[in-house]
Structure formats: C-alpha cells, structure tokens
Design a protein around this ligand. Structure first.
Ligand code: ASP
Ligand code: MG
Length: 467
C-alpha cells in the first residue's frame, strides 16, 4: 500500500467526460494505494475569472457579470451532469455549485460598484475555479463507489502569508495538513492553487500553483510518490515535433528536471516541486492516455545513462545581445553594471558568456524583453566603455542535459563535433561549472537540424541503445 498524491489539471479536467476519466484513473489505483487528489480549475476557468474581474473593475457592467455567471453555471452544471450518474449525488453537488457561484457573483457585483480590484479580491475571485472543480470530482468518485470529501486548500491546512497572488506557506502548514487529512479516508479531493492566510482570507500560490499544492501535501503527509498526470507520455528526450523519435525518459534526477525546465521543456516548474525535493519524495509524470505505463520518475538519485545525455531542449523565443568595446578589457564593474541595469528593467537573463579577452559580453534573454533590455543598456552605457550593443532575434538556444557529463571528458567535444559535421555554426556557448548542461546558441534556421543531430549523436531515440 503506497501513499500517493495525484494531481490533475488543464485538459484533464476540461469537461464532464474528462472528469469521469479522472475518476476511472483514480479507481484503477485506489484499491492498492492511499490516494489524495489535487485538482486545478476546469480548463481555462482561472483565466476567465481574472479577465472578467478586470472588465468588471474597468466597466462596472453588471449585465456582463450576470452573463458570465450564467456561462460559468452552465459549464459546471453540464460537467456535473455528464460526469455524475447518481441523481442524488449530482443534485447535491449542483447545489454546492449554485451556493459557491452566488457568493462569487456578489464579489463581482461589488467590484462593479467599487470600480477597483485589490490583490486580495483577485485572489478571492480566482480561487473559485478550483472551488467549483473539487466538489464535482469528489462527486464523481462517490458516484463510482469511492468514499470522498472535498477540501479547499485552507481547509486542508495550507496557511500562507498574505502575499496575495504569490503566497508562501507558513511552516505550520506542514503540521496542519496531516492533522486535517489523516488518517486518509477514501480519496480526499483538495483544491490546488488556493490557500488561506492567518486571518482566514483566501490567498493563491501563483499561476499554475496546483502543482505546488500537490508537492506541498505530498511533503506534509510523507507520500511515497507525487503523480502529475499530463497529456504527454512523461518527460521526453526532446520535443517530438522537432524529432519524431523522441522517447519518454524513464528516470531523471530533480537536478536534471530543473535544468530542463529552465530551458523551455515545460515539464514542471522547478519551484512547484521544491517541497518534494526537500523531503526527497519522488515525483512522477504520468500520461492520462496510457495509465499503465510508468511515465517518468523524477527523484533525488542520478541514474546515469551510458550515453550521458538525457535530453536536448530548445528555446526559440530568445534573443542575443552582444556588448563590445576595447575599453571593457581590464575595467572592473562592467559586468556588474550590465546585470544590474537588466535586473532593474525586469529582464530575465537566460545565458551569459564572456571570453577571457573581455572585449565582449554576450547575453541571451527572452525575445519579448529585447526592447526594454536594449533601452536599459543604452541608458547605462551612453557610448562610454561599451562601444556597441548589437542584437540578434533570429537565434535559438539549445541545451543538452544530463548529470553524467559532470567530470566526464569529451561530452562538449561530441556536441560541437556533431554541429561541425552538419555545418551548423555555433554563435555562443555557455556551460556552468555544475556541468549538468551545455547550452549554446545557433541561428533559428539551423535549430531543428541541430536538435536532430544531437538526439542522434547521444542515442536518445534508441538508435545506439543508450539505456
Ligand atoms: N488554476 C490555476 C491557474 O490556472 C492553478 C493551476 O491550474 O495550477 O493558474
Ligand atoms: Mg528567437
């Protein structure tokens, strides 16, 4: 008997049919395991709640609010109708939905009249997506003969500071969660994303916060594993749209998973699994389409692969900035000024490289930050030490990830020989001393070919029997 946390979100909870499928998946594992379910809002609902709140504050149009409430009511009632067969359970859940929506409507109307939207009201309002989804899922489980209760994050013991929109759990959360949820009876369904502050006001854990909720609960009740159900077969060796032979990686370390997410493999946000990492609880990415397959296990231990590299990732929405000037050589503080200026402008830096000649510094940033990054740098260096700032949007950043490369000579050699062999020009290179990834920049036109070549070089599609 293992203790598992299962988290469902996005498309997996889009409508009644999908919710029913969630019930089937839980049932498949509930005989042999203790399960706590964490759910997101029905797909897209959080976005709609937020944009309607902004519209209400701006326009104060009560009719629009009424129309939106009607759409929300219909969608959730439809989901309950499609997913719950027993009329008693269905009616009970629909009454809960009606009750919660009438509370929500009052809040929207208040916003219409006040014309303002505080961070605290945003959290209150955006919490309703999960607050509507959890009762339905719990009803589905009961409909299938599984005992179940639903909880808000606050009811389940998640108490945070009052930093609305991005609240952090207080230490006592770790003691409160087991008090509220254990001993586990049936399959409790907990809302992801939302919590309470010490005064009882609703808080949220940041967009996409349901993953964090799942990790937090898993850490607090010492789960054996935390399962993130997705519409993908697990964590892949690369994007199958770029390389059709991409395979599911059976096992990666927390460290490797983090290196991959920084480079655009939208697996799990590193911050979301932090509580699991702290307690060393393995995390698993499972496919809703293929529940029997083990998916990808993410854990503390590094299981090294003979061919060292586990994945190749590609970020396309990046741009390269290059700062150069002869006076940069031997002048202390230039790099410091560059990074401070970018930080003040709110520009996130993805890669950095400076050769020992010191005559130039290259930086990779998100393409959408390019304008403000350039402005900030021009203001900081009005034609003094930095002579020239050039930019290139037509680039992509690649990373090869694998902890086995630490201390293994020859990996960089293989990466760049592969590029040389196919005539791909490498524009910039960066490797941190952790040696868990080698990142480099190529022009956008070469990116796909570069990914394919590296995937082949390191046997990731199985061509060389790497595993
Ligand atoms: N519903 C929230 C969001 O859309 C949290 C989540 O889905 O993880 O951000
Ligand atoms: Mg680009």
């Amino acid at each position: 008997m293992a203790r598992l946390i299962m988290k469902f979100g996005g498309v997996s909870v889009a409508d009644g049919n999908r919710l029913r499928h969630v019930g089937d998946l839980v049932k498949l594992f509930s005989d042999e395991n203790e399960i706590v379910l964490v759910t997101s809002a029905l797909q897209g609902v959080t976005d709609e709640l937020l944009s309607s709140a902004q519209a209400a504050a701006r326009g104060g149009n009560v009719d629009e609010v009424t129309a939106f409430m009607k759409r929300l009511t219909d969608r959730h009632n439809q989901a309950a109708t499609d997913a719950i067969k027993n009329p008693d359970i269905r009616n009970e859940i629909m009454a809960v939905i009606a009750q919660r929506l009438s509370e929500l409507e009052k809040a929207y109307i208040g916003i219409c009249y006040l014309g303002e939207l505080t961070a605290r009201s945003v959290d209150y309002i955006s919490s309703y997506g999960e607050q509507l989804a959890a009762p339905i899922l719990s009803g589905v489980l009961r409909d299938m003969g599984i005992e179940s209760r639903y909880y808000t994050g606050g009811d389940a013991g998640i108490i945070t500071n009052a930093e609305y929109g991005n609240a952090r759990p207080l230490d006592k959360t770790y003691a409160l969660i087991p008090e509220r949820l254990c001993p586990i009876r049936g399959v409790p369904v907990v809302t992801g994303f939302i919590a309470k502050d010490e005064k009882g006001a609703t808080t949220t854990l940041g967009r996409g916060g349901s993953d964090f909720t799942a990790s937090l609960i898993g850490a607090a009740i010492n789960a054996d594993e935390i399962w993130f159900w997705k519409e993908t077969p697990g964590v892949l060796t690369t994007d199958p749209k770029l390389e059709p032979s991409a395979k599911t990686i059976p096992s990666i370390s927390y460290r490797e998973a983090m290196e991959m997410s920084y480079f655009g493999a939208k697996v799990l946000h590193p911050r979301a699994i932090e509580p699991a990492i702290k307690k060393g609880i393995p995390v698993r990415v499972k496919s809703t389409f293929d529940p029997e397959s083990p998916g990808t296990q993410i854990m503390q231990k590094d299981v090294q692969k003979a061919d060292i590299i586990k994945a190749v990732t590609l970020s396309s929405n990046v741009a390269l900035l290059n700062l150069s000037g002869a006076e940069m050589i031997g002048t202390p503080g230039v790099a410091g000024r560059v990074f401070t200026a970018l930080a003040h402008a709110g520009v996130n830096i993805i890669m950095i490289s400076q050769g020992s000649s010191e005559a130039n510094i290259s930086i990779v940033i998100e393409e959408k930050h390019l304008e403000k990054a350039e402005e900030a740098l021009q203001e900081e260096f009005p034609r003094d030490i930095v002579r020239e700032i050039s930019r290139n949007k037509d680039v992509c950043a690649l990373a090869v990830v694998g902890s086995g490369m630490a201390g293994t000579p020859g990996v960089a050699g293989r990466v760049f020989s592969a590029m040389g062999r196919t005539g791909i020009n490498v524009v910039m290179i960066s490797q941190g001393s952790s040696e868990h990834n080698i990142s480099f920049v190529v022009s956008s036109a070469d990116a796909k070919r570069a990914v394919q070549e590296l995937h082949r070089e390191f046997g990731l599609g199985g061509e060389r029997g790497g595993d």
